[in-house]
Design a protein around this ligand. Structure first.
Ligand SMILES: [Zn+2]
Length: 469
């Protein structure tokens, strides 16, 4: 555990709030400083682009990216060479001929993300952001400050602004950061990040008994909208409703990470009396989808080029689900070209009443994850943080066999040590409370019956809980 993490975990709540605020200050400066304001204005301007203007914009950005990748990024230099792609080919390449370029798999990204996929010339201010993601394959993404600010300018202009909120008003977030030291049920289950006006709620303590403390945090910090894990937000709202607790009216709920269902939207409407705005993006920062005032999910063409393809890498027709391949237009230090991100989408042929010429997505599919349930009834999704920092892990799957038993399957480059296994087990218990935990190293983790990798499988259903506890 890093020293700062150790200090944080051993500090009282008041000091933890100060530490989180200090971190928030740096974080805010990083994302909203520098070129952010200029880029935000440019992103708002582009919203009125015609179809032709968007095509021209993407074409120009794509060419810059590809020429750079070929000249400066060893991975692309050799993969373009292999395919016989020259600089002249790139100069003549249009958006409709992306199929001439090789695709990038998640496994390739995992393998080369810190080496040959990095540009030989890059900005001075860069750092890696890690994610194991819901596909279970951990990757590291290199962000420069200016790239981060560009990404956030689009995020702010489209995801927050369209929902009628901003990053500068008080908000609540339910996420995977381990802000509460262990699984013990000692409130508060939230910490406050002063500079970002963000109340950060633990995703690991949401239960019927704890719901009142979450509500207290929402009220105390005058939360105006909620963000974070869709499922966790849903669990909280449902516990509030089941306990007849009156939640304040919010401006919006902006969930992320898992598939948003109509049932969740309805729950947020009933509990917080507000609309829900879906979105899609990822740590790879190579594609973004945001929901407009008319309820359509729009692709943001300035964040990245999104292709939706079948198994033969041919575009699927509108209305049919296909795999998403992203070409990020912002990151020149670690370009991701035709990257198979692991999600599936269905494109719509219907234009949106909002009038923006940004393609419409009918549905984002394939982000369903099973819910793991603690002995005390707490409900948790997204377990990838238990593998954080263990870079030898290629893929991992968490299976809840029964209420008190978690089985973990791991595909690793080299065997895990006993210490590493203990760390994983300890992290599971810190989220769920006491559990029987078994860890199994396997050659490969089988796909589910739909041919998809499933990061979390639970064989325990919520309905059955009353009869167990
Ligand atoms: Zn629209």
């Amino acid at each position: 555990m890093p020293l700062t993490e150790t200090i944080y975990q051993k500090s009282p709540v008041a000091i933890q709030n100060i530490l989180i605020s200090a971190f928030g200050y740096q974080w805010k400066k990083r994302r909203f400083g520098g070129i952010f304001s200029k880029e935000y204005k440019a992103a708002k301007n582009r919203e009125s682009y015609t179809v032709q203007q968007w095509t021209d914009y993407q074409q120009a950005e794509l060419q810059k990216l590809l020429l750079h990748a070929q000249a400066k990024v060893p991975f692309y230099k050799s993969s373009f060479d292999e395919k016989g792609i020259t600089a002249t080919d790139i100069q003549n390449l249009d958006l409709g001929r992306l199929e001439d370029l090789p695709v990038l798999t998640k496994e390739q990204l995992r393998k080369f993300c810190t080496t040959t996929l990095i540009s030989t010339t890059k900005e001075s201010n860069t750092s890696f952001f890690s994610s194991s993601g819901s596909t279970g394959t951990p990757v590291k993404i290199l962000y420069s400050h200016s790239m981060h600010q560009k990404w956030f300018s689009i995020f702010e202009a489209r995801i927050r602004n369209w929902a009628g909120v901003s990053s500068f008003i008080p908000r609540g977030m339910i996420g995977g950061r381990r802000i509460v030291a262990d699984a013990s049920n000692t409130p508060p289950f939230y910490r406050y990040n002063y500079f970002e006006k963000q109340a950060y709620f633990s995703a690991y303590h949401i239960s019927s008994a704890n719901a009142s403390n979450y509500l207290k945090g929402i009220e105390k910090h005058k939360v105006e909208y909620m963000t974070g894990y869709a499922m966790s937000n849903f669990f909280l709202a449902r516990f509030l409703m089941e306990n007849n607790m009156q939640a304040p009216e919010l401006k919006a709920v902006l969930p992320s990470s898992e598939k948003l269902s109509p049932e969740m939207r309805q729950m947020f409407l009933e509990v917080y009396n507000c609309k829900t705005f879906d979105s899609w993006g990822s740590v790879e920062a190579c594609g973004m989808v945001s929901e407009c005032e008319h309820g359509s999910l729009h692709i943001n063409p300035d964040a990245g080029i999104i292709e939706i393809l079948d198994d033969d890498l041919k575009p699927v027709p509108d209305g049919v689900a296909g795999d998403v391949y992203c070409t990020g237009l912002l990151n020149f230090d670690q370009p991701l070209i035709r990257y198979k991100i692991g999600d599936r989408m269905i494109r719509s042929s219907e234009p949106c009443a909002c009038g923006r010429n940004m393609p419409v997505i009918k549905e984002i599919v394939g982000r369903i994850e099973d819910v793991v349930i603690g002995r005390d009834g707490r409900e948790i999704v997204r377990f990838h943080s238990i593998f954080y920092g263990l870079e030898k892990i290629k893929k991992a799957q968490v299976i809840q066999e029964e209420l008190g038993h978690i089985h973990i399957k791991i595909e690793a480059e080299t065997s895990l040590t006993q210490e590493e296994e203990n760390m994983i087990a300890q992290r599971v218990e810190s989220q769920l409370g006491e559990m029987d935990i078994s860890i199994e190293e396997v050659v490969s983790i089988p796909l589910n019956k739909n041919g998809k990798f499933q990061a979390v499988i639970s064989k325990v259903k919520r309905q059955a809980l009353n009869s167990i506890t």
